[in-house]
Design a protein around this ligand. Structure first.
Ligand code: KPL
Length: 306
């Protein structure tokens, strides 16, 4: 199968590295240094106490790319319009671009450029960290699930490709519960770790921080219930704290964004909870406050005292 990974950050590079063992994979990313390093020396991936280098092509644009059956969209939310342009050029008319991005609204943004028939949703719990240009680490081999729509055949094909490359994967007809389950976990962890500047585990170990996780998660759960979503988490606060513990030494993706002065995904995570809450008449003052704090943090980055 011909696969393009659009967004070769930590997650996209780890997935690309694995899939390239069995499939024709191309990485597409605007970061020239990363792309050039991969083309020159191969992509280095550290995982399970070992390190391997694999040769696979990387590029910064869609020029000269052959059409693909599947594109995996792994860019940050702010880069979705860029990814949509690339996908529109290379995904075959009967192919699908699967978004594996955090938060809500990315699939809709892609569909406005590609059409709903060429966009699918996925949810992944693979843990990944970018160590240096051309070098990533896989921190966790969690499962990835693909939506049965718009193409059951391609959803199974891409899930098979993952499994054949030692990445657990499956297909679901009820992806909304998984999307919301992950959204709720991200709502409780990402903004708080970025504001407190702590690794994920601190949220579960420090009662004052745990209290804040509870407030963010309880609002998000109330919104999900009002939206009629059956979330697959029996105790969402406890499960969010369990994810924080399981990824204790990780820096959340939002903390990593804040530390390198990049735009965060606050709008598609806590911002999505606030918007859905407004639409459904569910108050979300704590999540609105987290959005305001992260937005102010982003805006004041250049003025930060060292
Ligand atoms: O998905 C994550 C993220 O950082 O975006 C978690 C689960 C919080 C792991 O770091």
């Amino acid at each position: 199968m011909k696969i393009a990974i659009i967004g070769a950050g930590a997650l996209g590079s780890v997935i690309g590295f694995h899939l390239a063992a069995n499939h024709a994979v191309t990485l597409v990313d605007p970061w020239e240094e990363h792309v050039n390093t991969i083309n020159e020396y191969g992509l280095r991936c550290s995982f399970d106490d070992q390190e391997q280098v694999r040769l696979l092509p990387a590029t910064t644009s869609a020029d000269n790319l052959e059409p693909v059956e599947v594109a995996l969209i792994t860019v940050k939310a702010a880069q979705t319009p860029w990814a949509a342009e690339i996908a529109a050029q290379i995904v075959q008319p009967n192919g699908v671009a699967y978004t594996l991005q955090n938060g809500l609204g990315n699939a809709e943004r892609l569909a406005s450029r590609l059409g709903t028939q060429r966009v699918g949703q996925g949810v992944t719990t693979i843990g990944a960290t970018l160590l240096a240009p051309g070098h990533v680490r896989m921190a966790g081999r969690g499962p990835t699930t693909f939506a049965a729509t718009p193409s059951l055949q391609l959803a199974y094909a891409v899930a098979d490709a993952f499994r054949a490359s030692s990445l657990p994967a499956g297909v679901s007809t009820d992806l909304a519960s998984l999307v919301w389950g992950k959204l709720i976990v991200n709502t409780g962890i990402n903004a708080l770790t970025a504001l407190l500047r702590v690794p994920n585990g601190a949220l579960a170990n420090i009662p004052a921080a745990e209290k804040l996780v509870r407030r963010a998660v309880e609002e998000a759960v109330a919104v999900a219930c009002a939206a009629g979503i059956t979330i697959g988490l029996s105790d969402p606060v406890a499960e969010t704290l369990a994810v924080a513990r399981a990824t204790a030494t990780n820096r959340s993706s939002m903390l990593q964004d804040v530390l390198r002065g990049a735009p965060t995904e606050i709008d598609t995570i806590n911002g999505a909870i606030v918007r859905e809450g407004q639409r459904l008449g569910v108050p979300t003052p704590f999540n609105a406050f987290l959005c305001d704090l992260i937005t102010a943090l982003e805006a004041t980055t250049p003025l930060r005292v060292k």
